[in-house]
Design a protein around this ligand. Structure first.
Ligand code: 5GP
Length: 111
């Protein structure tokens, strides 16, 4: 079981700022920007490349949640979404999550 499953199950605490039947949004414990949120599906999914066709709506829902939460906290004009897929791309928790970063300038290309 991953750490994020324990957060979904409320077995370990997190600073949750949005929740619906399909998703959960909480603050990253080690923020890389003044705003650093994690948007996760409640359905266990290891990584984006493991998603099946039946997950298309859920993955789209997570993107909608990103925009909705950004609007709610007033950062809708400037934020970055990041998904690390696989250990070599920086994924360390193997439950799909979208990072939402805001509150500082961002450079391109990303590191
Ligand atoms: P990844 O490296 O897999 O893309 O992102 C995992 C993220 O989860 C990291 O940014 C890390 O700081 C965050 N994280 C790891 N453990 C915890 C935890 O127990 N609580 C919270 N809120 N975030 C965590």
């Amino acid at each position: 079981m991953t750490l994020f499953q324990k957060i979904i199950d409320k077995e370990i605490p997190a600073d949750i700022i949005f929740e619906d039947d399909l998703s959960l949004v909480f603050k990253d414990i080690n923020p890389q920007a003044p705003v650093h949120l994690l948007i996760i599906p409640k359905k266990p999914m290891v990584k984006v490349s493991d998603a099946s066709e039946e997950d298309k709506e859920l993955l789209g829902h997570l993107m909608w949640v990103a925009g909705e939460v950004a609007r709610q906290i007033g950062v809708e004009d400037t934020f970055r979404l990041v998904v690390n897929n696989g250990a070599k791309a920086g994924q360390s928790v193997f439950h799909v999550h979208i990072h939402l970063l805001s509150g500082r300038p961002f450079s391109w290309p990303p590191g």
